[in-house]
Design a protein around this ligand. Structure first.
Ligand code: ADP
Length: 476
């Protein structure tokens, strides 16, 4: 469990609040119950005292103690009702004392005699006796037969026992309740965070490649809904600005082509007029080289902008990669021979992929062109095609200079070159592999490279088989 997660922290707060609430409610309940029971007990003691009071008030002046005792036993039945009753005649003669109660909650013999001055009015109070805590009401009575003190009480033990039982029950219930509520709370918080999780998953998949995708909008009518709507609006604005810059790139590279063609034509014409070996002729020649490089760059940018616009998906058909590779190798054999590099085309199995043949050929051309460019004389460059684990595989390998590990992840970036000077000498502008990757993405294919500095590289393109080509495969 992630201790820093929102769900965990909310649950801990929830559990703490809940425990505090339960503890407060438990303490309040126990206190309230005690107060209620004590006040009920006081009322009951008062009522019974009144009964004894009536017996004494109605008794004749010469009433015998035994008659008083009998009347009390009959009307109040203290032992049966678990009550303590003691009647004392002033100054200190015991008239009656009830026996041991039915529930044996106290021993009447242990309740101390009231030696202090008798109370002037009815007094009910808790008293600690050798028989335990008791609640005793004391009622002074003036009757014809004399002055009496009626003591009527009961043990507080049963109330305390009830209170303890309640507290014990709460102590057992509280952790169980808190654990259940916290568990439920955790699940609820996780459920409440699910829309955020879904938004995050979708956001993970959104990149500049698929700015048409939108986050799911949680119809919660709160901050969450506002957040997803605002993020979607932001995505729309991003898509618009990316579209503007793509259009700019496409327009700029398109517009540059015509003046470049005119400059090239003019320069070629001027060069033709110069006598061979003249200084001006040589200068025009080197400017022409730069113009050729510019042309290459501009056409690369134009290709990329067209791929960005989804151009590669227009002319799709079933393409046999094996045949396409064989044809391309034959076209490039001259270049390879020229550089003293041996071209191998021995393992070209027929592999059908769905795509734009012209663009797929460009993938093979760019990969082969690099392989030949970066392989010293006497080296080997090869192409293989085969079916593998449900994919159509195209591999271009060489025994060339290889790519240093720190550059492996960047070689597909636009304008990235490991050794800019060398690459420039070779006429490269750092666009070849980004065009390859864009075409691959448009075909739902993945490209990866393995390379060891000094011993060669292997570019592997994995095409989905025709039935699996994703409908929305997009261009980079
Ligand atoms: P360029 O047009 O400059 O060749 P690319 O995008 O085709 O640009 O390649 C980018 C860089 O990756 C190259 O400059 C080169 O340093 C490196 N690279 C590409 N293919 C190979 C290869 N087969 N062997 C060694 N380095 C390579």
């Amino acid at each position: 469990m992630n201790h820093r997660s929102l769900a965990f922290r909310l649950t801990v707060w929830y559990a703490l609040l809940l425990s505090a609430t339960f503890a407060l409610v438990g303490a309040g309940l126990s206190y309230g119950l005690e107060q209620y029971l004590r006040s009920t007990l006081r009322d009951s003691l008062r009522r019974r005292s009144v009964q004894v009071q009536q017996i004494l008030a109605q008794a004749p002046a010469d009433v015998a103690d035994s008659a008083v005792a009998e009347a009390i036993e009959t009307r109040v039945a203290p032992e049966f009702n678990n009550r303590f009753v003691r009647v004392t005649r002033a100054p200190a003669s015991l008239v009656y004392r009830a026996g041991v109660p039915a529930d044996r909650s106290f021993d009447p013999a242990l309740v101390p005699l009231q030696t202090d001055a008798w109370p002037a009015a009815v007094a009910v109070r808790p008293i600690a006796t050798a028989a335990g805590q008791m609640m005793i009401s004391m009622t002074p009575v003036e009757a014809a037969s004399g002055k009496y003190l009626i003591e009527l009480g009961t043990a507080l033990g049963p109330i305390e026992a009830l209170q303890h039982r309640l507290l014990r029950l709460l102590a057992v219930m509280l952790p169980v309740l808190v654990v259940c509520a916290a568990g439920g709370g955790y699940l609820l918080v996780q459920r409440a965070l699910q829309p955020v999780e879904r938004m995050a998953q979708t956001a993970e998949r959104i990149s500049v490649l698929n700015l048409e995708a939108r986050l799911p909008v949680a119809a919660t009518g709160d901050a969450l809904q506002r957040l997803s709507t605002s993020l979607n609006n932001m995505l729309s604005r991003l898509r618009d600005s990316v579209a503007i810059s793509r259009r700019f790139l496409a327009d700029a590279s398109h517009e540059l082509r015509t003046p470049l063609t005119i400059i090239k034509g003019e320069l070629q014409e001027a060069m033709a007029r110069e006598p061979g070996g003249s200084e001006v002729g040589e200068r025009i020649g080197s400017v022409l080289e730069e113009v050729a490089r510019l042309e290459y760059l501009v056409s690369g940018l134009l290709v990329l902008s067209r791929l960005d616009a989804g151009d590669a998906r227009r002319e799709w058909a079933d393409v046999n990669l094996g045949e396409l590779a064989a044809g391309t190798i034959e076209h490039m054999r001259l270049v390879a021979d020229d550089r003293g590099v041996q071209l191998q085309a021995s393992a070209l199995a027929p592999v059908t992929v769905r795509g734009d043949a012209r663009r797929l050929k460009q993938v093979i051309v760019n990969l082969l062109d690099n392989a030949i460019k970066f392989t010293p004389r006497g080296g080997v460059v090869g192409v293989t095609t085969r079916q593998h684990e449900g994919f159509g595989l195209l591999e271009v390998f060489d025994s060339g200079i290889g790519i240093p590990p720190e550059s492996l992840a960047r070689v597909f970036d636009r304008f990235y070159r490991v050794d800019a000077a060398h690459s420039r000498d070779e006429g490269g502008a750092g666009l070849g592999l980004s065009i390859v990757r864009s075409i691959c993405s448009a075909h739902g294919a993945e490209i990866e490279v393995e390379s060891t500095s000094g011993s060669g590289s292997r570019f592997r393109v994995r095409f989905p088989q025709p039935a699996e080509v994703p409908v929305g495969a997009s261009a980079t």
